[in-house]
Design a protein around this ligand. Structure first.
Ligand SMILES: *Cc1c(COP(=O)(O)O)cnc(C)c1O
Length: 341
């Protein structure tokens, strides 16, 4: 199927049409939707798939608080493709390409900018850095989407990293299980097994994304011994509802995927139409906690602007502390005390 065939599936809204008009002169923003993900698109402006991948001219609206690099990642980059923000974890941006460009992408400063795949020279430099920094216990491969690369390039990258640091744990951040699950094969899994331990962090944002095809991709990974966790993003008009978030978590757990984070939207330029106010997010999470088991409950978190880092957005259950006791309220709102020593 032609890469642009999805355009015939839907009647553009005025805001979608305006995006394409403006983008040719003042934007240069990339749009890409896989044929598989497009097959989930509905000709309904409220379609949760559509809001994540079909752009609107709201992307040209910048609010006062929005930034190009909201996480201040460039401040923490010893090399252009390495971010070392937390002592024991490093992030490698292995490619700027994705199979689908999410309209809510938090790394637009890097993704789809034509920087391409990491070179052998860049990889060597980073491997040297990992060797010198044995406090790094986990390396996160992301970008862009590392699983858009060929299996042979994925293998080469893992090989260089593990040769430098056989003791390192690898995490791969990828939406391939969501947007191109047919790419997940036994061959890929055997590569991941060879250079493991590998953990996969994916991003399902709505239960309709968990199709028989994506469930199959997850099954191949998990049966192959690759744990899969989900990092959802709270998105206006996509999943800002308790029912949808609860169903998303249940469907993930049913497919053996642990809901790990639910992220508050980062302050990326041109994404205000997709962000949910923090107060609403807190309310959703309070309700969700009443309904979901610990296994199904993701951690709501925000990545603070200016490189402040990730912090959990949790309501405290401690309502008072005295010299001898902590006073708690439980989920029903009743008060209990527990001794401090
Ligand atoms: C999110 C993130 C990590 C990983 O954080 P966890 O809380 O361990 O998932 C590591 N480095 C950077 C720069 C990050 O943004």
């Amino acid at each position: 199927m032609n890469r642009d065939n999805w355009k015939n599936k839907i009647d553009f809204t005025a805001h979608e049409a305006a995006f394409f008009e403006k983008n040719s002169t003042q934007g240069g923003l990339q749009v890409s939707i896989t044929p598989y993900y497009a097959s989930l698109l509905k000709n309904d402006p409220q379609c949760p798939i559509r809001r994540q991948c079909v752009p609107t001219d709201h992307e040209f609206i910048y609010t006062e608080d929005e930034l190009a690099d909201p996480l201040g990642e460039q401040k923490h980059s010893p090399f252009s493709r390495l971010i070392h923000r937390y002592p024991d974890r490093g992030v490698i941006l292995v490619t700027d390409r994705c199979a689908v460009y999410c309209r809510h992408c938090f790394r637009k400063r890097f993704t789809a900018t034509g920087r391409g795949v990491i070179s052998n020279r860049e990889l060597k430099e980073i491997a040297g850095y990992l060797k010198d920094h044995d406090e790094i216990f986990e390396v996160l491969l992301t970008g862009g989407d590392p699983l858009t690369l060929s299996n042979s390039r994925i293998k080469e990258i893992l090989e260089v990293i593990k040769e430098a640091r056989p003791d390192i744990v690898i995490r791969i951040g990828t939406r391939i299980p969501v947007v191109d699950p047919a790419k997940i094969s036994e061959t890929l899994v055997s590569i991941l097994q060879t250079y493991g331990p590998v953990w996969i962090l994916t991003q399902f944002n709505h239960p309709v994304e968990i199709t028989p095809e994506s469930a199959r991709g997850l099954r191949i990974l998990i049966n192959g011994g690759i744990p899969v966790l989900n990092q959802a993003v709270l998105l206006q008009g996509v999943n800002d509802s308790v029912d949808i978030l609860a169903e998303l978590s249940h469907t993930l757990v049913f497919n053996r995927v642990k809901p790990y984070y639910l992220f508050q939207g980062d302050l990326i330029r041109g994404t205000s139409h997709l962000r949910v106010p923090i107060d609403k997010g807190m309310e959703l999470v309070r309700e969700l906690r009443k309904r979901l088991s610990g296994l199904a409950m993701p951690q709501y978190a925000v990545d603070l602007p200016d490189g402040g880092g990730k912090v959990p957005l949790t309501e405290s259950y401690i309502i008072e502390e005295t010299k001898s006791y902590y006073f708690f309220k439980n989920r029903e709102g009743d008060t209990y005390k527990y001794p401090r020593d």
